[in-house]
Design a protein around this ligand. Structure first.
Ligand code: PLP
Length: 435
């Protein structure tokens, strides 16, 4: 299938081009040309398959003309090699735990699949492929682990020195091998600026095959469609027949975009709830109809501190093409006090610990769910990633145990390089690391 640029509709590219370019001219996002629909027979068939088999089927529907089933299967097998349990915590609510991958957050799905695809479709072996990306903490970890030990690909991740937590730093700066991490004298914007300068450097472009692997890449969205089907497949048949509401903790809206694609394919979901923190551009837009981003504010659910969500144009495009109205979306936002209280209440009443992002989505789902509906809340991060904060909320009544992967990493030394905010210094470092 071809993919077109939302901002320049005449620009149409193959999947291989879309995944390597990331974005089209005029900063446009790529969008699938055909709106695929599966019959209810096919959907039932899909729901009886296992996660891997079903994911290959779904992805083949989009990219099967460019990649063989066997190639897609090998990518899916390597990328989705961890469990996705649906945990029933309440008579009418379950949490889809998307945080059992190597960096304990749902971004592992999209990043790992993208890494596998890039490795497979890569044609240019004359230049070393370098994934260059800036992170404020979590996305860098997902990218580093996704590309870790993949042959002939180097990863360079910039992060602001002293501005990420020890846990975050240990998670991706201890890998070594083909993953190079660089702590930058400056904040996240400076890191992003350095990456931008590298992409504008023609000489670098001539000798390196640079890719940013960032979150607007269409391959990530396609990968995330798969776990929505997995959620429904794990529901007992009597519950599958009930009206299903899915609440999505949202920041850049890649996760919700994937859910809406799943629904558009034919997955029986009655309603999605757009759940944000105080960075509530979209809930305010859905309520009042004006798009009015305010300055970003810091919250407990910091991966959702986004006021201009970069995947939103894809959602508008999907609704336009489907002739659907935004009135079918549920929405809401939750402040920090309420995020904290929800974590406390869930532990007290149900003995289940959620991280602050999942807490936001759970709260809105709980408040808005009707009697005849069944609710699924996406669990986007493992609570252990927020160990100190959550233990503080729980006033010493509970200790969060670090999963093995994290505990082992905590023992390892940080391998990061250092650089100032000066681009020429970073440039020499990159050349030294790769050649
Ligand atoms: C990135 C992230 C989100 C937001 O996801 P989007 O796809 O950007 O909307 C939510 N929760 C966690 C833990 C995240 O890391």
């Amino acid at each position: 299938m071809k993919f077109y640029n939302i901002n320049e509709r005449n620009e149409q590219v193959t999947f291989s081009q879309a995944i390597t370019k990331g974005m089209g001219i005029n900063q446009g996002l790529y969008f699938p040309k055909d709106l695929l629909k599966l019959s209810s027979f096919e959907i039932n068939d899909l729901l009886s398959m296992n996660f891997i088999e079903r994911s290959v089927y779904i992805l083949s529907a989009y990219i099967g003309d460019e990649m063989s089933k066997d190639s897609i299967l090998s990518c899916v097998n390597n990328a989705f090699n961890f469990s996705v349990p649906l945990v029933f915590i309440h008579e009418n609510i379950a949490i889809l735990e998307l945080f059992h991958g190597p960096t304990l957050a749902f971004k592992d799905f999209g990043s790992r699949l993208m890494a596998q695809f890039l490795c497979k479709i890569r044609k240019n072996y004359n230049k070393p492929m370098v994934i260059l990306t800036a992170t404020s903490g979590d996305t860098g970890a997902a990218v580093a682990h996704a590309f870790y030990r993949l042959p002939n690909i180097y990863v360079i991740i910039l992060y602001p020195k002293g501005k990420i937590s020890v846990l975050q730093e240990k998670l991706f700066c201890t890998l070594g091998n083909n993953v190079f991490t660089v702590s930058v004298e400056g904040d996240f914007d400076i890191c992003q600026n350095l990456v931008k300068q590298a992409f504008l450097d023609h000489e670098l472009q001539n000798i390196l095959d640079l890719n940013s692997a960032n979150s607007i890449n269409i391959s990530r969205v396609l990968g995330q469609i798969c776990y929505y089907f997995e959620a429904v497949s794990q529901l007992p048949l009597d519950i599958q027949k009930r009206k299903l509401v899915i609440s999505v903790p949202s920041g850049n809206f890649g996760n919700l975009t994937a859910g809406l694609f799943a629904q558009s394919l034919g997955l029986p979901v009655k309603k999605f709830i757009v759940a944000t923190n105080l960075n509530n551009t979209v809930p305010r837009f859905l309520q009042y109809g004006d798009w009015n981003p305010l300055p970003t504010v810091a919250t407990f659910s910091n991966a959702m501190d986004v006021s201009c969500p970069n995947n939103w144009p894809r959602i508008e495009e999907l609704f336009r093409r489907e002739n659907k109205s935004f009135t079918e979306l549920g929405y809401g936002f939750v402040n920090d006090i309420c995020t904290k209280e929800t974590i406390q209440t869930l532990v007290m009443n149900l003995g289940y610990v959620v991280d602050p992002h999942t807490s936001v989505a759970y709260r809105l789902l709980y408040d808005q769910l009707c009697d005849d509906e069944f609710g699924i809340c996406l669990g986007t991060a493992h609570p252990a990633k927020f160990k100190e904060l959550i233990e503080f909320f729980l006033e010493g009544n509970m200790q969060i145990i670090l999963p093995r992967v994290l505990k082992d990493r905590m023992e390892l030394p940080i391998l990061s390089y250092k650089t100032s905010k000066c681009f020429s210094e970073l440039r020499s470092l990159i050349l030294k690391l790769i050649f």
